[in-house]
Write a protein that binds this ligand. Sequence first.
Ligand SMILES: Nc1ncnc2c1ncn2[C@@H]1O[C@H](COP(=O)(O)OP(=O)(O)OP(=O)(O)O)[C@@H](O)[C@H]1O
Length: 523
Amino acid sequence: MSQGERRHPAAASLAGMALALSLVESATPAELRERGSRILRDSQGLAWVECLYLEGSGRWLGSDASEARLACDDFRHPYAHAIRSGAPLRLGLVEARSRLDHPDFQAQVAALPAAMQLEVRPLRALDGAREWLGILAFAAHPTALDGLHRDGGFAAFESLLCQLWARLSRHQGERHREARLQQSLAQLNDGARRQALSERLAGDLLGGSPAMQALRGQVVRAAETGLAVLLQGETGTGKDRVARAIHRLSTRSDKPFMAINCAAIPEALLESELFGHAKGAFSGADQARAGLISQADGGTLFLDEIGDMPLALQAKLLRVLESGRYRPLGASEERCADLRLVAATHQPLRERIRDQRFRADLYYRLGQFPLSLPPLRERREDIAPLAEAFVVDFCAREGRDEVGITPAALRQLRERDYPGNVRELKNLIDYACAMTRPGDDIAPMALPDQAEPETPEPAGSHAGDNTTRAVGDLRQALREFEAELIRQRLLHYDGNRALAAESLGLPKRTLAHKCRQLELDAK
Ligand SMILES: Nc1ncnc2c1ncn2[C@@H]1O[C@H](COP(=O)(O)OP(=O)(O)OP(=O)(O)O)[C@@H](O)[C@H]1O
């Protein structure tokens, strides 16, 4: 130290300002890490310095210099120990070499002199949620490490590094989200590609009605964006199928698709299913467990029956959507969430908002891209192609010869109301296939619980009414039902046996035979 410096101690401390400035001028977290490492190497004479960042999911440490990723639970590596304990660790290289046999770590420290020590310091933000940022590791002779910690210089350096890092990554996160949104909006204009995708989707989301064509177009658009999608439609309209299609067509398709039905799980369990929990978070939590938000990392999370999500959880979900951060149950640290959310409901959410059972802010956040699925009764032209596809599915599934559908059966199918929508149609076809001999065609008689909108309903047609309860002889009841049905049908077709037979999916001769058998007075 020169005489001048001794006389003016302030000049000595101001010398550090240049280094601090170099850190402050970093434009990105990666640049900051690079500059920070360089300062330690050059000005403190450390032999080896490395600074890794903790990935958003909190499960990996990543390096700016290579593609390498290090699992935070791989305890063959000293970084995993430091991250897990949340405290700095220092150990001799000889000990480290013998105890920690991670191949990358071994390769990194192989060339360093055995007398050196390694110090690994987990770094965390000093403000707000105080989340973990990453790790700073360096090696030097013990005297150099002791010297480093002797005055407050290193502590100030580390504190500045952490503050800048947290601020830069927050800005970067915001910028990324904005850029993704911009990109999403720009992609909305790419017409030809969308058309091709929409046609591809027609093999999966069946139906040629204008409503289904429009829906497929919207699914393609939604998939191109990163926006949250809210699917609204009656039960069985295909919300689950649409959610999966959105994931499959999106850039996240190679990452997981995780789904949960919010109505099917008790409130306490739903929270830990979604957010995961730390070890010991509640009695019985012997192990830490990743929640669906973590498991869907990089992919899509599908929340079915979102209308049934308890209010307290709605608030937490909103926070995930707005900040991209969440905290597992019982955990002290926050995690980053990188997922696309698709939510579905069959309930009118606006009513639930009015009844204060659903948060309006969450509703608008979930519905960045709202999609409405039309009920089957409003697109009757889709019934025949759906029914035919379900017949093919059934036969393939059961390994049976193909069956067809008679025009009369198709006509009846088209006339039904389907409160259970496509699911009801599918179940009905499965039943009808099972009731039809392989190689035959499905006839109207094979359709369960037949409703006849044009003719008065035959007695005993509804399960559970008084007539069915009174049945004491099944064969006799079926004979009566059959006779009544044929009588009604003949009446309806003015005694024309050919038309009545076709409407019932029967050959004319069979109907004539049945009329004789049942002693029906047919004209
Ligand atoms: N457009 C379609 N093309 C082919 N199959 C469909 C279509 N829509 C629905 N399905 C089938 O109908 C059944 C019900 O669909 P899905 O489970 O997606 O409905 P949902 O709206 O999610 O029902 P819920 O609200 O009861 O959960 C499934 O077997 C699904 O494969």
